[in-house]
Write a protein that binds this ligand. Structure first.
Ligand code: SF4
Length: 419
């Protein structure tokens, strides 16, 4: 019979968890494994021991923002320093953006720190310092808090029975239920959120969500998953298919028995038995990063005690690497000849410092490549020793001379440290 207008057909059963007994068993197996094997992490300790709900939510929130796009091992040290410096929302709300950038330097995706601090200010000034108490309100009221972060904070800090979907969860769920359609498509993402909400353990939602993510991070890893050690292998359809699937795939086979299934691998790219469980998840091809070149000049002078000092300038307060400090830099046109790029940089430095900088005085040092999320950036590095002082017009751009030690303690990006 036709479905009423506006309702969607339920997904074919091989792609969902429909048996309550199986859901119960999966929860128990996953939680028992988590209790045995979970990594000891500072934010977990805080979430388990902090009795004040606002402080607990803040501690989880900071960890979740830092962990977006950054590995656990890198985050730990930053997290500890952050929580020591700003143990509460109120403390963070009083910090300056410069201090936030300095502590964040090296973690990447700098707007995360800035947004976190802006949101803390909002909680203090508009919500009387009280964190919203549900995933829905967290997402609605806090800038920079999306569906995932809201679900993580609410389940881990308040015990709200709400699921989460991040990259690790996507991988695990797509494998558990043989979902081979493009895992970044809205249809698949919606399906995974429904599944995460249905699966989450009602009495230990925070632990369950962390367990699912931990499984993706340590066992059900992208390239060589450790299926033999997996606590939920008996619930995994990808694993079953690997063990009992057809040795040679029949092209255009109707994987789940439903023709044109929106969750199966596309008919043109059927199950590949050489890939095993890593047939899942599948993603549409990524966009190629943009290629960019930037000329950078390390201006050096003798400081008052004879130690070299370097000039750094501050980037604009919006856009890529907003507000961070860097060596004076100039974006270059693609395919500019070496001689031309040197002249362009000399012109730029001359106009800016008022010094008679000539192209021949710039010493080529080398090239540094740095990959931002969407930009393949090459810095063409020059150096220029100076005999006297250079004072830049502060109205033009903030600048300062720093020793090497001060440079490393400043809010500079990883790319500039490489330079
Ligand atoms: Fe992942 Fe293998 Fe476990 Fe399936 S059995 S969830 S593929 S680790």
């Amino acid at each position: 019979a036709a479905l009423p207008a506006g309702t969607q057909a339920p997904p074919p059963t091989p792609h969902v968890f429909s048996d309550p007994a199986e859901i119960g068993a999966l929860r128990r197996n996953l939680l028992a494994w988590y209790d045995r094997c979970k990594r000891d992490l500072p934010w977990r300790t805080l979430a388990a021991t902090e009795t004040d709900a606002d402080r607990r939510a803040y501690a989880v929130w900071v960890s979740e923002i830092m962990l977006q796009q950054t590995q656990v091992a890198t985050v730990i040290d930053y997290y500890n320093r952050w929580m020591q410096k700003w143990p509460t929302l109120q403390a963070l709300a009083q910090a300056s953006l410069e201090e936030v950038n300095e502590l964040w330097a090296g973690l990447g995706y700098y707007s995360r720190g800035k947004r976190l601090q802006e949101a803390a200010k909002k909680v203090v000034s508009e919500l009387a310092g009280r964190m919203p108490r549900t995933a829905e309100d967290l997402q609605k009221l806090l800038p920079g808090v999306g569906r995932y972060t809201a679900g993580a904070i609410a389940s881990i800090s308040y015990g709200q029975a709400t699921g989460v979907v991040d990259g690790n969860v996507i991988r695990v769920l797509c494998r558990l239920r043989c979902i081979g359609a493009d895992s970044s498509s809205p249809a698949v993402i919606d399906q995974l959120w429904d599944m995460a909400n249905a699966l989450v353990d009602r009495s230990r939602p925070g632990d369950f969500n962390q367990a699912l993510m931990e499984l993706g991070a340590t066992v059900c890893v992208p390239k060589a998953p450790l299926c033999r050690e997996c606590p939920v292998k008996q619930h995994c359809r990808a694993q079953r298919r690997k063990l009992f699937g057809k040795p040679t795939p029949v092209p255009d086979v109707e994987d789940c028995g439903v023709g044109g299934c929106p969750l199966c691998p596309p008919a043109m790219e059927p199950w590949d038995s050489s890939l095993g469980v890593t047939n899942f998840p599948r993603k549409a091809a990524k966009k190629q990063p943009r290629v960019a070149r930037t000329a950078t000049c390390v201006l050096e002078r003798r400081g008052c005690h004879g130690a070299p000092e370097y000039l750094i300038v501050q980037r604009p307060s919006s856009g890529l690497l907003a507000g961070l400090w860097e060596f004076p830099s100039l974006p270059l046109d693609q395919d500019l000849q070496e001689e031309k790029q040197r002249e362009a940089l000399a012109d730029h430095l001359r106009a800016w410092t008022g010094w008679p900088v000539v192209a021949g005085g710039l010493r080529f040092v080398g090239e540094v490549v740095h990959i931002f999320s969407h930009i393949h950036q090459t810095y063409v590095v020059y150096s220029l020793p100076l005999d006297g002082d250079v004072t830049l017009d502060p109205a033009l751009t903030p600048s300062r001379w720093v020793t090497e030690e001060e440079f490393h303690a400043s809010a500079v990006s990883t790319a500039m440290k490489k330079v």
